[in-house]
Design a protein around this ligand. Sequence first.
Ligand code: MG
Length: 399
Amino acid sequence: MKAGGLKALASDPTHSRGRRQPEPAAPNRNDYQRDRDRVVHCTAFRRLVYKTQVFLNHEGDLFRTRLTHSLEVAQLARSMARSLGLHEDLVEAIALAHDLGHTPFGHAGQDALHDCMRQHGGFEHNLQSLRVVDTLEERYAAFNGLNLCFETREGILKHCSVRHAQELEQQEPGGVGSRFLARTQPSLEAQLCNLADEIAYNAHDIDDGVRSGLLHVEQLNDLALLRELREQAVFEYPALAGRRLLFEMVRRLINLLVADVLAATQEAAAVSGASDAGEARRAGPLVCFSAPMRGATDELKHFLMHHLYRHDQVMASMARAKDVVRELFVTYEALPQRMAPGFAQRPDRHRAIADYIAGMTDRFALKEYARWTGRDAMAGLSLAGTPAAGVAFAAGGAA
Ligand code: MG
């Protein structure tokens, strides 16, 4: 199939299921462009710059944050969308918004907040991303939230439990929760963003892992895929070593994964026989890796889980981060006036606390913790003390 061959299956803003509050069309932009612009201008988007992806923000300026991660996802998704003929503005809107609901301190923060909210409906970052764009942003005179199009909102709600889907269905019959009950797929643009997310974090976590000194380039030889990429790079450039070798391996990894998704997706779409966006949604997941590449990426994820995300030093920082979230929760539960006024006055106290904490950046959470407890949550814990490539990388600055 030729480049752009999935154009017939692409989402079309002129056929959008629309916004929850009807608005007149913008004179110079399509509805998905307008959604993308609203995301970029919102407060939650700017907060992503000080939210952790894997490492805590204070540990070095060159590690990925949620903001740089979101930009990398948007770049990958947009580039793949162009090759496939899918709607570039829609993928960009979804990609830039996909992590808006993340708490400070990455998954550790979310887990701690979920524990605190167990008796009060729980906490889940995908649902929170939807809450941010549907209600929490207060920028427009006519409505709460950003009033995004259905297709953007459904892409943001990447996962959803049946229980949460049923709750969403009650609030919005036939809305973004429905597909989790009907077990249908979201748009191909939403499916594409999920894979772009996966490609981005697998690639950048290798880079950040080595930069931090917690992973060593040699360890990557455990993975057949990375070993092969390294051999290719060294075959072409025999003197290649150090961080240039690492960057070359990561660059080749991204190219390989992207090329694989493009080919496997075009094949899956052809096999499905889907001829428009509606049929594509009913055809099962069409944006995919080939089976061998799915196996290799699962192996890579497993490797990163074992050697990086569960590294003792990462776990130690994460344990402290969980304490911060728990302490803040308990503090605001007892003394809601310690929150910003808009949150302190809300009648749904526990959800207000969850919204307030989830909206914090890592450093604001640490400041609040120090302010109310008098303690430095991260005292004595830092990757900067690691005698490793991390320091040299940070000092040299990355390309
Ligand atoms: Mg992500």
